[in-house]
Design a protein around this ligand. Sequence first.
Ligand code: SF4
Ligand code: SF4
Ligand code: FES
Length: 215
Amino acid sequence: MIHITVDQKEIACEEGSALLDVCLENGIYIPNLCHVAAMETPPASCRMCMVAVEGGGGPVTACATRVIDGMVVRTDTDEVRQLQRTALKLLLSVHDIDCRNCSANKQCELQNIARFLKVGLKAAPYATLLKEQEIDRAHSFLDYLPNRCVLCGKCIHVCAEKNGRPYFTFARRGFDTVISAFGMDGLEADCEACLACVEICPVGALVVRSGRDKK
Ligand code: SF4
Ligand code: SF4
Ligand code: FES
């Protein structure tokens, strides 16, 4: 066991644990979208979990930071909050914000983070840019909505954990990046319809085609 200090609270934890896991387990919330607990190599792609580590230069992602003895962390500085708000706004600038018609309404991590950061669910001051394709039906029974996906990769991760080989993969690049089942027909027989991907999706980007709600 080692000891770290987060927002002036002393915490005992296992050396080498992800700082984000330690904070969440100890009731200190840090916004996060792409992190799965105890992940060996976190993608650190959403940039939501920024924190300040004393003596460590600029803010770092808590999911990709391992705790060491004596570490002193602040999760709530003005700079950290500004970075988190900017990260959220950038995500919202490529998001079809239509909560009333979304399967994740009231269970959505974007809504939770916006509430926590005390900002509206709006892209402003950034302009909104949406992908042309509204729904991808390449999967046999799941609909994928590119303009609601935050590209966290959790669906791919959980499917690989359960089935050894994920049914979905990242496709294309840059703004056009999506999650896709296209061209993965050979795996169709392997999909056990466990719906782990739908369950872990932090937003409403994966839905069962029948119209059934994800939760
Ligand atoms: S994913 Fe969340 S923020 Fe986006 S439309 Fe659905 S409920 Fe609203
Ligand atoms: S579909 Fe959901 S879980 Fe998969 S990458 Fe998009 S937001 Fe994440
Ligand atoms: S949770 Fe750390 S970058 Fe996404």
